[in-house]
Design a protein around this ligand. Structure first.
Ligand code: FAD
Ligand code: FES
Length: 258
């Protein structure tokens, strides 16, 4: 399931945020929003384990897909060195994606930081009647893909921690305010755990369908190593699920956020 694929384009979108456009008929034709690829970032023993990165968008007519990632540590330091014409070893598409809405439904996505990338794929793929996107960033300089989100949704609300663009504060604040007057059919969220916890609780308390895309460190990416465990409800007790195989997308009511 792993293939060496051609990097067609590489781009720096903002400080420490990079995008790679990769040619792959299989992923461009088969991938669903919320799925990810597990990427070998280097050939040596350094950063030996693959790193999971969400599929940010696909272009089936050109057989390409994009990943967007933040340079964080060893693996992504190697990843941002890939340029046009290089070959990259990628496993995927992996995991369970989002449940797409029906045509006449109203949806909202709530994303923060690197969690916004799978939400763009979702917005671009779904033909809901109204799509509202709430995206949180640290500063105006760290905002990426704004035009793409504007194009993919009906309404875009942005927050920055320092107030340099949009609402000043966390994105959960305008979302909760909006939720008081709007009743979306489905809400999807991806980003920092505290943000997703608030979004999930707000939706569940009003009986609104909510799916959460979990982030967890990974090893194998295919359910074989148990590195990616996350706590889930099991009747009155709890159990562990694999983010790579059972997720990364989970129904909000199944998760235990501790
Ligand atoms: C399903 C899934 C989809 C993802 N999609 C994207 C994406 O689209 N774009 C993107 O930039 N990143 C994404 N990530 C996160 C990405 O996999 C990690 O940032 C990456 O593995 C870091 O690797 P590194 O070698 O650069 O950093 P490391 O040297 O391994 O770690 C650097 C720092 O990041 C922390 N870290 C590493 N991995 C994770 C993780 N999974 N969750 C939280 N903290 C972590 C470490 O604790 C450490 O503090 C995704 C993760 C998952 C599980
Ligand atoms: S990463 Fe190995 S089981 Fe999920």
């Amino acid at each position: 399931m792993n293939f060496n694929e051609l990097v067609q384009k590489s781009e720096m979108l903002a400080e420490d945020i990079y995008s790679l456009r990769i040619r792959s008929e299989r992923i461009a034709q088969e991938a669903l929003p919320g799925q990810f690829v597990n990427v070998r970032c280097s050939n040596g023993l350094d950063a030996y384990l693959r790193r999971p990165i969400s599929i940010c968008r696909v272009d089936p007519s050109n057989n390409t897909y994009d990943i967007v990632f933040m340079k964080k540590g060893k693996g992504t330091n190697y990843l941002c060195c890939f340029t046009e014409g290089d070959f990259i070893d990628v496993m995927g598409p992996l995991g369970n994606g989002f449940t797409l809405p029906e045509k006449n439904e109203k949806v909202a996505v709530v994303g923060g930081g690197i969690g916004i990338f799978p939400l763009l794929f979702l917005l671009e793929m779904c033909n809901a009647s109204k799509k509202t996107a709430f995206l949180g960033f640290q500063t105006a300089e760290s905002i990426v893909l704004k035009k793409d989100f504007e194009k993919a949704c009906t309404e875009l609300i942005i927050s920055t921690d320092d107030g340099s663009l949009g609402f000043k504060g966390f994105i959960t604040e305008p979302f909760i305010k909006w939720l008081k007057s709007e009743k979306p059919d489905r809400v999807y969220t991806c980003g920092p755990l505290p943000m997703m916890n608030i979004v999930a609780e707000s939706c569940l308390s009003q009986g609104i369908f909510c799916q959460v895309s979990m982030e967890q460190r990974m090893g194998c990416g295919i359910g074989a190593c148990l590195v990616c465990a996350c706590k889930v409800k099991l009747n009155d007790d709890y159990d562990y699920a694999h983010v790579c195989k059972d997720g990364p997308v989970f129904p909000a009511q199944r998760l235990i956020f501790d």
